[in-house]
Write a protein that binds this ligand. Structure first.
Ligand SMILES: [Zn+2]
Length: 80
């Protein structure tokens, strides 16, 4: 299980919306090309419930967007 929390909520420089995890992962249009290399989903629920997208993929995407300093990423072991 992966939990990502924004450390603060600055505004996105481009669209002036809150720079949330959702904005980075799904909404920010300027990241579209980078995002499509990793995943294409329309909701966070879809993204985090999809078993084909592992935590590493999401973290790699955030790293490539240079938004990692804005996020605290926790990897929680999945308990069976
Ligand atoms: Zn934006």
């Amino acid at each position: 299980m992966l939990l990502i929390i924004s450390t603060h909520k600055p505004l996105c420089d481009e669209c002036l919306r809150s720079l949330t995890v959702k904005h980075i992962l799904l909404e920010f249009y300027n990241l579209k090309n980078i995002r499509e290399k990793y995943f294409t989903f329309s909701s966070l629920k879809e993204l985090f419930e999809n078993v084909d997208v592992d935590a590493r993929t999401i973290v790699d995407f955030i790293k490539e967007t240079n938004f990692l300093p804005h996020c605290i990423v926790f990897f929680l072991p999945i308990l069976h």
